[in-house]
Design a protein around this ligand. Structure first.
Ligand SMILES: CC(C)(COP(=O)(O)OP(=O)(O)OC[C@H]1O[C@@H](n2cnc3c(N)ncnc32)[C@H](O)[C@@H]1OP(=O)(O)O)[C@@H](O)C(=O)NCCC(=O)NCCS
Length: 178
């Protein structure tokens, strides 16, 4: 468990998957992430199994506390495509419900993920990809010290057109507090 001030990261469990599946099939989430498939619960279960067996992927559930102090599951995050020789990885994050966004919870969760990648896994370059229209996400990453590496022009075909993808990264020593 990785504990922050307002969120904590924990292992994702099978029981989390129906919620995750609902979030990942929400068109407003789907258009912001790389996956374009609508995934069944079976597919999500296979994915979790694969993640658990992989040495280059680490997935987490993001929990926060409600007004009564009870833990609530609000999102997922993960470290993927770890390259142990070059010490690089990709990261991703989703807060499933709109009502939990815009309060700094995702930014804090991403801070914990990057810190874990740098300080526990010994990784150097932590990279992510984001669509230019996803300004809240870009702003969240900038607040944490991610820098724009460049634009992969027309790298994806989405919503009937080719769209650019921005590549951002953060190195140890550049990570800022959430
Ligand atoms: C991207 C995401 C993880 C950011 O986490 P967050 O907790 O919402 O981030 P923050 O609250 O720190 O907000 C970041 C910026 O979003 C903007 N924002 C303002 N209101 C917002 C709202 N209601 N919802 C989302 N973003 C909002 C603000 O510009 C804010 O920057 P500021 O603090 O300088 O004002 C989260 O919004 C999310 O899961 N979005 C949907 C899925 C997604 O886009 N994932 C990333 C794919 S690359």
């Amino acid at each position: 468990m990785i504990v922050g001030k307002r969120v904590l990261l924990r292992a994702m469990e099978r029981g989390d998957l129906p919620r995750v599946q609902r979030w990942m099939n929400d068109p407003e989430v789907l258009r912001r992430i790389y996956t374009y498939r609508h995934l069944s619960l079976d597919a999500e279960e296979r994915w979790l199994q694969q993640m658990g067996e992989s040495s280059s992927d680490f997935v987490f559930a993001i929990d926060t506390h409600d007004g009564t102090g009870a833990a609530i599951h609000i999102g997922t995050t993960g470290i993927h495509h770890v390259d142990w020789k070059n010490r690089t990885c990709m990261v991703g994050i989703v807060l499933g419900e709109a009502r939990h966004r815009g309060q700094g919870l995702g930014t804090e969760a991403m801070h914990l993920v990057v810190r874990y990648a740098h300080q526990e896994l010994g990784l150097h370059r932590v990279e992510l990809e984001v669509y230019p229209f996803n300004q809240p996400a870009i702003r969240s990453y900038e607040k944490l010290g991610f820098r724009l590496d460049g634009t992969r022009r027309a790298a994806t075909f989405r919503e009937g057109k080719f769209q650019d993808v921005l590549v951002m990264s953060v190195l140890p020593g550049e990570l800022l507090s959430a």
